[in-house]
Design a protein around this ligand. Sequence first.
Ligand code: HEM
Length: 505
Amino acid sequence: MQIDPFIAATAALCLVIHHLLRRFLHRSPSRLPLPPGPRGYPVLGALPLVGLQAHTGLARLAQRYGPIMYLKMGSCGCVVASDAGAARAFLKAHDAQFANRPNVISAMDVTYHRQNMVFADYGPKWKLLRKLCSLHLLGGKALADWAPVRRAEFGHMVVSMHRAAAEGRPVVLPEMLVCALANIIGQIVVSKRVFDVQGIESNHYKDMIVELLTGGGLFNIGDFVPAIAWMDLQRVQAKMRRVHVRFDAMVTKLLEEHETTKEERRGRPDFIDTIMANREGEDGETITDVNVKAIIFDLFTAGTDTSAVIVEWALAEMLKNPSILRRLQSEIDYVVGRGRMVQESDLPKLPYLHAVCKEALRLHPSTPLGLPHFSFEECDVNGYYIPGNTRLLVNIWAIGRDPAAWDDPLAFDPDRFVSGKAAKIDPQGNDFELIPFGAGRRICAGKLVGMVFVQYMLATLVHSFDWKLPEGEELDMEEKFGLALPKAVPVKALLSPRLATEAYI
Ligand code: HEM
């Protein structure tokens, strides 16, 4: 066959132009290298290298491969940010792009198939849910409006601890904290104290939250090798389904009761009343009944254990370092005296308390890897090519312990926040060396409430009681990895009252 030389020349010219245009106008980001990372194994990729304590496993890998690391896990790409600069690059410069969440099998049932805020993709539904929560539940005004509820619940908690002290019984700290926090969330959200007293029922609830957070944090093989997801090799999905059934029963009952008590709340709406009255967003987006259940799920899970974990670690660290405990007690005694309990209005006058809380958030962030982010599109970050459909994990735990950012990073030393270079660091998402609440668009929606919970609870506990371990018991400082990072062995302590008797009534 003869080819017309003109057509051949035109075709060749087109090819050259196409090539040049691609090269100079549409420079493919893939010309940059992927971030460094381990090669891993066939099929599973780097998954086995991460280990069961993923925050420490990833931190170890980052020491070798650097603060921006790319891991192929099964068939999924995952990028991990492990220092302040890397976190800033993803959560500030490329924030919008990474503002989605990946599909996580363990979250599917419990979030009613991502109908909640925490696992919603970045879009109109998420915006509406977040706006309603900020306006009516978690923002500054709502925080002030609900102060009496916090005061009453922490008061109940102290009274039952006082009773235990009088009877010489040790208290298991996280059981007390989670019961009080669940009652606060219950009252704000559905006008109901969910537990009359701390006991078997509230402990079951706590176990359920722990199970959810442990299962939710596990690196589930099915997420990374979808072809074998149906086998549910780690039994994660089965466990989460069981917990979901229990949680759903609890939420359904709360909502049924809520409906029957509507008249009693006339003029005094709670969060669910407000959501029901504002279901329509500006762009036609609607909050469905399933969204309502899913957001209640968010608030009970994200809003209770997270703050309790920080307070527990802070107390454990102070039991190890009694001089810090005594100094904090002196500060509160000086401002409040011993004739009454701490009030929220005292908190701004307690700088050492703020330093202790920041130090606990740095060394023991309650969500060590934050929540996973996801980008559908490819991009370039700090000279690396990040392919589309990549998960982002930010190792908040490693960032808080980075020796390049913190002197003596493993020491619990609140003084670093009193004076010196870290004194001005704030944990609310602008200083990337300390981001316990994350940063950017998906930053913790409850960060203001979380900070008040932590400061108020810790101040109340330390001021109201002296703390000591039961005879012969030692403090175990092991962590239990999941979405949250509680102590593996809860703090159990004997308390002695420090305040005038009438302060406990
Ligand atoms: C000290 C306490 C707390 C800590 C350390 C904490 C930490 C976090 C972190 C790290 C995230 C993920 C941010 C990201 O995706 O980058 C998050 C998300 C979230 N937190 Fe918190 N949290 C705390 C308390 C609370 C409280 C009290 C509530 C509500 C009552 C809450 C509600 C949420 C919600 C709804 C999200 C999802 C936000 C979204 O996806 O848009 N958190 N939190």
